[in-house]
Design a protein around this ligand. Sequence first.
Ligand code: FAD
Length: 386
Amino acid sequence: MESVRFNFPAPQIDESVDELRKEVRAFLEEEVRGGGFTPVTDCWCAGIDPEFSRKLGEKGWIGVTWPRQYGGRELSALHRYVITEEMLVAGAPVHAHWIADRQSGPLILATGTEDMKQKILPQIAAGKCFVALGLSEPESGSDLASVRTRAIRVEGGWEVTGTKLWSSGAQQCQYMTVLARTGERNPEKRHDGLTQFFIPLDSPGVTVRGIRDMSGVEHFNESHFEKVFVPDDAVLGAVGEGWKQITNELALERSGPERFLSTFVALEKALQQGASNMTGHQAAVVGSIVARIRGLRAMSLGVAALLGQGRSPEVEAALVKDLGTRFEQDIIERLREFWPVRMKQGYGDELQNLMADSLLRSPSFTLRGGTNEILKGIIARGMGLR
Ligand SMILES: Cc1cc2nc3c(=O)[nH]c(=O)nc-3n(C[C@H](O)[C@H](O)[C@H](O)COP(=O)(O)OP(=O)(O)OC[C@H]3O[C@@H](n4cnc5c(N)ncnc54)[C@H](O)[C@@H]3O)c2cc1C
């Protein structure tokens, strides 16, 4: 077997990155003090507050890497990294704009029409336009190439029919990026004939229905498209190139600090409450958690550096997500040894509630964005093992 090399370069962190971190941190502390938000666990999925997203837009903290002409600030991937990291650590309600900032904006930048870039990107950067991901379907999740949503050519555009499932935040989004089959299915080339569309969710024929998860949050949705007309310029990139585009998008989706910091607020609260009287065993457990955070963070920063160089590190991103999501689940399991969770949400103190919410939300960590079994397959392929 050839030797396997993963590439996690150490990023160059300059002063401006540290300055930005301080600014973001001070803003978040002020928001918490002033009652602007209450920290929540898994805030990038469960913390829905469009008004808070608008505040971040006003600060200029969404779409920071994009060109100025489209509402961005032309900052580096590391600047974006510290903003997202601080939001997660604070448990801030960032879900509304998260997907648009992380991947839909960059997708539009890479594949959208000029008109779309001018119209949509500044709105996303302002925290006023939110985008949902329309990939999974009732019969199609891990095996995404089997999607049944179909787009057929009609005069002046396309007619889209099908059902998308589990789309996070769609109920508050104005748009969805929809993966649809536009070419005939070819068992030999299963990834061919797929196309991405950018569809306004208020189009005639679209219905969006919320689904409540077991933690009580209605954050994902089932969306049905019944002969929805979209013009030609709603196609993202080239017709039939959807699979390649999605592969690039997934590197953005899988590598960020949200893949290991979803339960960090519970850890921090536990340490605030228990740090002064920890046993040696507890200290060792906490020490090993912190060491794992350092390692994951170095890997995730490495992927951010590669993304900043315009690369698409699919395998490294899969590694971050596989290790990171199991870690963020593990944090809660380890903490439960010392701080048992009362399962009734809303009845304990702040730590109890963060722990209960984390526990109920954590099964989803290793599913969303591609399951860990699928990620291991990608990693194995990257290592030349399959
Ligand atoms: C909180 C949350 C948010 C989500 N948000 C979105 C969203 O915004 N947009 C969107 O499109 N989707 C979203 N999803 C859907 C998510 O991407 C899918 O749940 C995921 O890809 C798995 O698909 P599935 O649920 O159909 O499970 P399946 O694909 O049916 O998998 C079931 C089980 O079989 C295993 N399995 C399947 N195939 C293989 C294989 N080849 N080898 C080994 N094991 C295999 C899987 O690992 C899994 O354990 C979200 C899911 C969750 C939980």
